[in-house]
Design a binder for this molecule. Structure first.
Ligand code: FES
Length: 121
């Protein structure tokens, strides 16, 4: 039996918002130190909201699905609302039970998003 939900697997197989944005005004690259997997995230922020976001990288099913679902969710959200997204939100969004090592995979895209929000350029 598979431990991942159909939704997670679908996002892994066909990730949404995968790619890059030529006019991005914020970019970040993040590694999961426990496995070496990498996620790159690019976005266009206006003063008030996140207008566009895409990601690329190599990762397990959880990290890719998590990035796909998160980038879907955050598009067009107000910057102040993005700050509030946390671990609990990610667990709820993925809807699966994650052990301590898998939680790092799920949180990698959230960490990348926070890097984007908090970076200067
Ligand atoms: Fe590397 Fe999940 S095992 S990100």
């Amino acid at each position: 039996m598979n431990i991942y939900s159909e939704i997670v697997l679908e996002h892994y197989k066909n990730p949404h918002n995968y790619g890059s944005i030529s006019k991005a005004n914020k970019k970040t690259v993040l590694f999961n130190p426990s496995c070496g997997d990498r996620i790159e995230m690019e976005a266009v922020f206006t003063k008030k909201k996140l207008e566009e976001i895409k990601f690329r990288g190599q990762g397990c099913a959880i990290s890719i699905a998590s990035a796909s679902m998160l980038t879907d969710y955050v598009k067009n959200k107000a910057n102040e609302d993005l700050q509030k997204l946390d671990k609990e939100f990610m667990i709820k969004m993925l809807g699966i039970n994650l052990g301590p090592s898998r939680i790092k995979c799920a949180l990698l895209p959230l960490e990348a998003l926070h890097n984007l929000i908090n970076s200067k350029s």
